[in-house]
Design a protein around this ligand. Sequence first.
Ligand code: SF4
Length: 584
Amino acid sequence: MVTLLEYLSFVYCCLNLIERLNFGIFYSKTNYVNALANWILISRMNKMNTTLHKIAIVDATGSGKGKRRFTRDAIGAGSRSVYGVLEKLGVEAKIFLAEDVLEKGFPKGFSSIFISAMSMDKIAVKRVISSWRKNAKGRVVVGGPISSELDSTLLSTRADIIVIGEGEKTIKELIEYDALRKSSSKEILEKILGIGYFYSKGKTKINGFRKYSSREEFRLYQASTKCITDYPKYFSAKVYVECVRGCSNFKGTKILLLDGRQCSECDYCDSYSLEDRLKCPEGIPPGCGFCSVPNLFGPARSRTPDRVVNEIAELLENNVKRIILSAPDFLDFGRDNELGDNLLMNPYFPKANTKLIEELLSQITSLESVAQGKAWIEVENVKAHLFTEEVAKILAKYLPGSSFSIGCETGSESHAIQLGRSSMPKETLRAVKIAHKYGLKSHVYFIHSLPGQTKQTATETVKLIHDLEPYIEKVTIYRFRPLPMSAFGDFPPPEPAIRNPISKMIADAANEVNLRKKTNLVGKKIRVILSEPNYREENGAIANILEGGPMVAVEDAKERIGEIVTVFIDKVITEKLVHGKIVE
Ligand code: SF4
């Protein structure tokens, strides 16, 4: 008898056929026979696979050599998205933090592990894999930004399989084709797009890349919410909810690349069609030279307000208290809706979809715990050129006093143009002035040691940092890292700012501004979330400032861990820690 699963698989295969026919690809009888064979294979395997697997998802994002030093209070959307795919397939899974499995080992009973990580986490990933292999034989799958290094990710981590770019469809196929079983054949792996693996002794193979998801497909993906309680500090952590995937900036860098490629000013990348934009005769990856988002995740696609709101509502029901509306640019939210079937690859037109943004924020802030002030919502990133008075009014109306980040990267306009930036430094200054006028808090990001950095560009960046100071909360400086699949992927990693006098000018300016900002906290009342006991102070707790900033050691707060409270800051303890007392 045909089960529901078999029936659905059959429908799925038929839809695939129809989809291909629509694109005008000739489909022969052999293809139909193959599709039918696939259907039988998939449906039979589905039955076995979902019951045979129990997957440990290890979130290693930001864990570096094994322990997270920064962003300890952040829970990204990546591992929850992987869990969401497994949940839909009926596969049992559990999320672990890399630092926890390294300390306590893996519990028994898991058949495979999926590790999600960034390039900087390679050492942690290697350690997790060797800890896993001590007692288990199941396959190791590694995904997230770390896999954009392709063969080198496989060779350096010794994972069995890497998932490149968006993972949802690929993970689904790994399960459906039973590719997680050690005994599964190379022929099975060869069928799956978007993966890399060891083909024969020590030799790696990268299959063809998978096309990024369409807007409709992306809207069907749903990160799991029930798995949030697998994270030890979910009740006080910032939980990222994906609103937009991909980037609308498809301009390329104009900087001469190490292999001699350079923009010839053909203007294809200013075109409205993806085909033309990707036709760059020089083969320069789209987007800012240092960034791999457009190449890895494609043009910006946004989810529907309903999907975002439902996910947030479920997280809040699970006792989450801090939500970050995550996007490479939150102001791309809903811009793609106005383009019909076209893709959003123009950073400027149409302008921000304030109607849909307002609809989203109004629904979120109507949720009971948000309306009662028991949960905190903020926006992750915005692009300065889309940030207008109208946008600021909406953010201030629904998320008063909240903060967001603006990537400025360089204070020099000519450098920004060379890098392929869509927003100019003067637009960042304009945006933070508007935000300040409406009581919103901006964090501005810069990158030192970028290709094209000179004493002149650094001097202009220092000046901009000082010009921004009255209007912002904090400046963050990153060191340039050559990211695989970005235009600057082959550039050598630069030295720390301390060893480069020009980069040091930028880092010093940021440190001066941030130190003054920290001292300014003394005497202020701020809202914090109490996160963990303070082992250095009896009955004390450590808290995170909701709108971002240093940690706060709060007196007599141990019993109230997990609550949002207002504290009065009475002194600075160290560069990263201030002291406060609960005032309500
Ligand atoms: S840095 Fe931002 S604007 Fe530039 S390509 Fe990356 S996501 Fe897009």
